[in-house]
Design a protein. Structure first.
Length: 483
C-alpha cells in the first residue's frame, strides 16, 4: 500500500492534545511548563506544553499500535524499508540494537576498525567477536576511506562462521564503499548486512547522492535523521528489511535499553522531518548540493586549501562520495585540522563538525544557505592570510588495526588496574580512548597498546582535542587488564 507522505500522524495528535488544554496529573512534573517558568519563557510555552508522557491518544514507543505505529510505517516506506522503529537515544542505540540483533555471545561479526564507539559498545552488550577489516586510507588526507570488496571476501573466507557484516555508509567524510556488491556477497553466504548510516539519512531523497542501504538490499540500517535530515538532536530511526532478522527480536532488544518515557518533541520531529524529506527532498537537496559545490569550488581557489570531493571516487576503496560533506585539508597552510577547528570557533564564531590532523569537516545540510557558506569561505580566506605558513607533513597519521587480545566484552568485565599512559606499551587496554568528534576509538577494550598509539594520543591531547571515554578525564592514566 502506497502511503500519503504529506501526513504527520504523531505530530498532528500532539498538536491536538495541546489544543485541548488537558489538566495534567501525570508526569513530567513541570506540568506544561508551569513548574519551570524560566525555561518556558526562554523556549516558549508551546515547547513545554507538548513535552508530555505516553498516553492512549499519543501511543507508546515500547509497543506502538496507534499514531507512533502509523508514523513509523510512513518512515519505513519513505526509506524503502519493510519496518521502521523510532529512536530517541540517537543512532548509537540503533547501532547497538543492530549488533545485538545479529550476534549472540561468541558470534563473529565483520566490522571496519574505523567504526563509531557505539559499535564497540554493541559488541560489549552482545558478546559478539569482532573480525576487523582495515579500511583503505588516503595518505595525503590522512583519513580512512572505503572498505574494499576484496577485504570483505577475504574476511568471510577466513571466518566462514561469521554471522554478519557491518558497514559504514558513508564515513564521516562522505566516502562510501561498494555496498551493493558487499550485500550480494554476504547474502550469497547467508550472512546478514547491517549498516551505520548515521551520516546518510538524506541519501534516499536525491538521485545525485549515493544510494541508501535499504534500497540496496541491506538487512538493517540505523539513520541519524537529526544529523542531515532536519529532526531534533538525538532523534533517529532504525530500518529493517524482512528476511535475515526477525522484527520481533529487534523490538524486544530495543525495549531492553530504550526509555519507556520517549520524548514526544523528538518523535514528532522525526514525523515532520520524514514528511519534508519524502515530499520536498529532491528540491531541498538540490539546493544543498548547489551550495556545497559552490563552496568547494571557492575554497579550492584559496592557495594551500583543498576541499576534496568526487575526484576521490575510484581510489582508496571509495565507490561513491557524498558531496554534502565539505572536508577541507588545511595542512597546505601549515595548520592542523585541530588548530583550524579552534581558530574558526574562537576567532570567526564558526562551528565546524570536527578537526583532525590534516582536515576540518563542515556538514552542509537542509538548514544551510548561501549566507552561512559565504561566512565560512570568507573566514577560511582570512585564516589563511593571517596564519598560513609552510605545509605540514607528519610521518604517520592513520594507525593500523591494533592487535585483539581478548573480546571487548571479556575485557570490559575483566579486573583492571590503572597505570600511566606513558608506561602502558604492551599492555591490554581495559577502556576506550577517542577524540570526539568523530568518536572513533584509537584503542578499545581488549586491544594491545603500542608505542605508536601512545604517541598518537599524546599528540592529539597536545592539539587540545576533546578526549572521551576514559575514567581519567585528562588521559594521563589508562585502565589496563590485570591486577
Amino acid at each position: 500500500m502506497i502511503r500519503n507522505q504529506n501526513v504527520t500522524p504523531l505530530f498532528d495528535a500532539l498538536k491536538e492534545y495541546q489544543k485541548k488544554e488537558v489538566v495534567p496529573f501525570d508526569v513530567p512534573g513541570h506540568k506544561h511548563g508551569r513548574g519551570l517558568p524560566e525555561l518556558a519563557n526562554y523556549l516558549g510555552e508551546t515547547v513545554l506544553q507538548v513535552d508530555v508522557n505516553s498516553m492512549k491518544c499519543l501511543d507508546n514507543i515500547s509497543n506502538p499500535v496507534g499514531v507512533i505505529k502509523e508514523s513509523e510505517e510512513l518512515m519505513a516506506q519513505a526509506y524503502c524499508a519493510d519496518h521502521a522503529f523510532f529512536l530517541v537515544n540517537g543512532t548509537s542505540s540503533g547501532v547497538q540494537a543492530m549488533i545485538m540483533s545479529v550476534c549472540n555471545p561468541g558470534d563473529k561479526i565483520i566490522i571496519p576498525r574505523n567504526a563509531h564507539k557505539s559499535a564497540i559498545n554493541g559488541l560489549i552488550l552482545s558478546g559478539g567477536i569482532p573480525v576487523y577489516v582495515q579500511p583503505q586510507t588516503n595518505d595525503e588526507l590522512g583519513i580512512a576511506m572505503g572498505v574494499s570488496v576484496e577485504s570483505i571476501e577475504e574476511a568471510i573466507e577466513e571466518n566462514p562462521d561469521v554471522k554478519a557484516v557491518f558497514i559504514i555508509n558513508p564515513t564521516y567524510y562522505g566516502a562510501t564503499s561498494d555496498l551493493k556488491r558487499i550485500i550480494e556477497i554476504a547474502h550469497e553466504n547467508d550472512i546478514a548486512v547491517i549498516v551505520d548510516e548515521a551520516h546518510g539519512a538524506h541519501f534516499r531523497f536525491h538521485k545525485e547522492l549515493p544510494m541508501g542501504a535499504m534500497e540496496l538490499g541491506a538487512d538493517m540500517s540505523a539513520v541519524s535523521i537529526h544529523k542531515t535530515g532536519g529532526s531534533l538532536t538525538q532523534s533517529s530511526a532504525l530500518l529493517l528489511n524482512e528476511g535475515f532478522i526477525d522484527k520481533n527480536r529487534v523490538k524486544t532488544i530495543l525495549n531492553l535499553t530504550q526509555t519507556t518515557s520517549a520524548s514526544y518533541l523528538l518523535m514528532s520531529s522525526l514525523d515532520v522531518a520524514r514528511k519534508m524529506l519524502a515530499t520536498q527532498g529532491e528540491e531541498v537537496l538540490t539546493r544543498v548540493l548547489g551550495i556545497s559545490r559552490k563552496a568547494r569550488n571557492e575554497i579550492n581557489k584559496i592557495e594551500g586549501l583543498y576541499a576534496f570531493g568526487n575526484e576521490l571516487i575510484g581510489q582508496d576503496g571509495v565507490h561513491n562520495f557524498d558531496e554534502t560533506k565539505l572536508g577541507v585539508c588545511v595542512k597546505g597552510i601549515g595548520m592542523t585540522g585541530f588548530e583550524a577547528y579552534d581558530t574558526l570557533r574562537d576567532e570567526y564564531n564558526i562551528q565546524v563538525e570536527l578537526g583532525d590532523v590534516y582536515n576540518i569537516l563542515a556538514i552542509i545540510s537542509v538548514g544551510d544557505d548561501n549566507y552561512s557558506i559565504k561566512k565560512l569561505i570568507d573566514a577560511l580566506k582570512d585564516m589563511k592570510d593571517k596564519y598560513g605558513k609552510d605545509k605540514l607533513n607528519f610521518d604517520r597519521v592513520v594507525l593500523d588495526n591494533p592487535q585483539i587480545v581478548v573480546s571487548p566484552r571479556d575485557a570490559f568485565y575483566t579486573r583492571k588496574r590503572i597505570i600511566k599512559l606513558e608506561d602502558s606499551e604492551g599492555e591490554v587496554s581495559g577502556e576506550s580512548i577517542m577524540a570526539y568528534p568523530p568518536g572513533i576509538p584509537i584503542i578499545t577494550p581488549g586491544e594491545r597498546i603500542s608505542r605508536e598509539i601512545i604517541e598518537y594520543i599524546k599528540f592529539i591531547k597536545n592539539q587540545h582535542s576533546m578526549m572521551t571515554d576514559t575514567e581519567d578525564p585528562y588521559v594521563e592514566n589508562i585502565k589496563v587488564l590485570g591486577i
